[in-house]
Design a protein around this ligand. Sequence first.
Ligand code: HEM
Ligand code: HEM
Length: 241
Amino acid sequence: MAKDPATIYTGKQLYEVHGIPWPYLRQLLISLSKEALIISTRGMCGGFILVKSKTDITLATLWTARPLKLTNELKFLLGGLLGFALAVPAGIMQADVRLNKILHNMQWVVGPHVHVAVLVGLTMTFYAAIYILFPILTNGAKLYSQKLANIHFWSQLIGGIGMGAFMGMAGPKGMLRRTLYFEGEFDLYMLLAHICGALLLIGFLAFFINIVMSVGLNGLAGLLKATKNRNKDLFPEAKGA
Ligand code: HEM
Ligand code: HEM
């Protein structure tokens, strides 16, 4: 539709192009037409036509139309994007040769740059992939608790950004990286960074318990048991071969 906004597409054509199951596609089309993003016309040449140009449709437009559900995978993906949105500008700042003279070798580099990039940017994107793969890999197992998934999300997000931020605050105050301080100079920042680090641990435990409880203790033990199937059963010979 976005490729050729002036054309009227029938429901069948949209179904064939996107492969979305018809009942779900129908719901999507109803939500989109309620929000006046598409118009549906009836009759011989009836179908659906895009109202707004594709450049005017943003994530917020789709969100208000509600076809996007804030699932765990989407939440974690957005968290990951936020992580990169914070860590990349920190990297660009420290790549400036004049700022680098001050920031190089400071806690700043390992805080807002390295750990926000790896613990929020990379890790949360990775968790988004796990949440999307989980039902596929477990043959449709349901997540044990959405509350635990929420604890996981907020602990990872606040813990990761917080740890990086408090390490970063100690940097411009003079705290070098790879250096131990025994006079308590940066104790307050390090205590706060520790609390955020502990939050990361809580988040991971919530995730781990949730996954273990979702597959069940029997399911977990099953991973270690040898399969009763023989290789021959798993890869049956082609008929007539
Ligand atoms: C546009 C994006 C980025 C820019 C401009 C950038 C720039 C920099 C610069 C200038 C440094 C050296 C700072 C110094 O020691 O003085 C650095 C260090 C580092 N960056 Fe980035 N960075 C970017 C993205 C990333 C991403 C996405 C990651 C990880 C996922 C990352 C991981 C690291 C690590 C681990 C170090 C520290 C290496 C060490 O131990 O010295 N960077 N970055
Ligand atoms: C909760 C998890 C983590 C905690 C609490 C943590 C903590 C730390 C601390 C305290 C440092 C030393 C900072 C300094 O130089 O004074 C450090 C360095 C570093 N961390 Fe982490 N980290 C965590 C996870 C990770 C992960 C997941 C990665 C990468 C995927 C990573 C990559 C690095 C790197 C590249 C350095 C610099 C090492 C160096 O100076 O040679 N960290 N981390």
